[in-house]
Design a protein around this ligand. Structure first.
Ligand code: CDP
Length: 227
């Protein structure tokens, strides 16, 4: 198996991209980067600094503050975590407040420019699995393998709802599904780097596949590349 492949996994919200991408990276002993977590971190920053409220973001205000945001991964012992200005962000970004404003924040070209630069720097040596919305189209247009993952909205709603329940976040199925649909719409209609399947990406609809089956499909594709 080649050790330095670049693997891009894009797709709709809550179809299990991150879960599968993380397992794939582990299996291959590659770096895993959740690019969505970086956009969520910037959305959290905007909320925290009163530069966003509800679904509205003060675009100019946030752009002015962007250079003050230091974002990247830190290895502590065995684990690698995303940090923003010295704070581990993962516990702060998986809630509805952030989910409501992250797509509007992600339409800002300066935000994307900053994050894409960081993502390219992390992935420049290869040996990376990165998931998001524009990885195969913009971040790594020459990726060795591009997957576009999707699933039915009902199934995505069920998966995200269960995930939130498990973490103690009480939301109705309607609230969860509405947020997914709203983000899909903003993400695919924005002017800069819209969510879309790259021409050379392979589509996997995993509505009827579990995590292991999805992973196996992708691993089979990786093996073909390695031989
Ligand atoms: O995990 P989930 O499917 O809910 O989304 P995520 O990967 O955490 O991404 C959150 C949001 O960040 C998306 O809805 C997009 O608005 C934005 N995003 C983006 O614009 N480009 C990326 N490469 C990744 C995420």
């Amino acid at each position: 198996m080649r050790k330095n492949l670049t693997i891009a996994i894009d797709g709709h919200s809550a179809c299990g991209k991150s879960t599968v991408a993380k397992l794939l990276a582990k299996e291959l002993d590659y770096i895993y980067i959740d690019s969505g977590a970086m956009y969520r971190a910037i959305a959290f920053f905007a909320l925290d600094r009163d530069l966003a409220e509800g679904r509205t973001v003060d675009r100019e205000g946030l752009v002015e503050e962007l250079e003050k945001i230091d974002i990247g991964y830190k290895r502590i012992g065995e684990s690698v975590s995303l940090y923003m200005n010295g704070i581990e962000v993962e516990p702060l970004i998986r809630n509805m407040r952030v989910s409501q404003v992250v797509s509007p924040v992600s339409t800002i070209p300066e935000v994307r420019e900053k994050l894409v630069e960081i993502q390219r720097a992390i992935g420049k040596e290869g040996g990376v699995v990165m998931d998001g919305r524009d990885i195969g189209t913009v971040v790594f247009p020459h990726a060795d393998l591009k997957i576009f993952l999707t699933a039915s909205i009902e199934e995505r709603g069920r998966r995200r709802w269960a995930e939130l329940q498990q973490r103690g976040v009480e939301l109705s199925m309607d609230e969860v599904i509405n947020n997914l649909l709203e983000r899909d719409l903003i993400d695919s209609q924005r002017e800069v780097s819209p969510l879309m399947q790259a021409e050379d990406a392979l589509l996997i609809d995993n509505s009827n596949l579990d995590v292991q089956q999805t992973l196996n499909r992708i691993l089979a594709l990786v093996e073909k590349l390695g031989s």
